[in-house]
Design a protein around this ligand. Sequence first.
Ligand code: PRP
Ligand code: MN
Ligand code: MG
Length: 182
Amino acid sequence: SNKMLDDLDKILFSKDELADRIKELGAAITADYAGKEILMIGVLRGAVIFMADLARSIDLPVAIDFMAVSSYGAATSSSGVVRILKDLDENVENKHLLIVEDIIDSGLTLNYLIENLWSRKPASIKICTLLNKPDRRKVEVPIAYNGFTIPDHFVVGYGLDFAEKYRNLPFIGVLKPKVYEG
Ligand code: PRP
Ligand code: MN
Ligand code: MG
């Protein structure tokens, strides 16, 4: 028995539903980028699990790199000020960048990242997110590939955490409010 399951109200996307949708995303990306090489940029840490499966569903050369970012804290998070904690290892000039995220919420993280990455003169930038939560958007970001659009629930699993927990659940679930309300 998985004790983490007791903290969930329900399972939103099962392991099989995630796998099926990620195969579809991979097929679409493979078709759209035919003849090109992709540099996937994963946003640490939530995107890691999704990115690992997505990369293997793409039938083209895929290089991977990572960035870690942090907003400056709750008081200023609405300003969209983001700090780079870990930058890319690769030079991205003239490369086709596919930014991979687990979830887009306010959009502030990606809004900053897109602007930052464009200044490095890549050939293209597209966004692939597993989950899109539009109810809480503060700034619009262009999403090229979206796994699922979800309502404003606290979701965990498959990379998504609450206080660093639940990332290793193989499915996505809705956290019981009593867990995050303490
Ligand atoms: C979460 C999530 C996205 C971001 C989305 O990351 O993984 O990266 O927030 O929020 P936004 O659209 O409002 O900017 P978090 O900062 O929790 O770090 P983590 O990936 O390490 O969990
Ligand atoms: Mn994240
Ligand atoms: Mg998090």
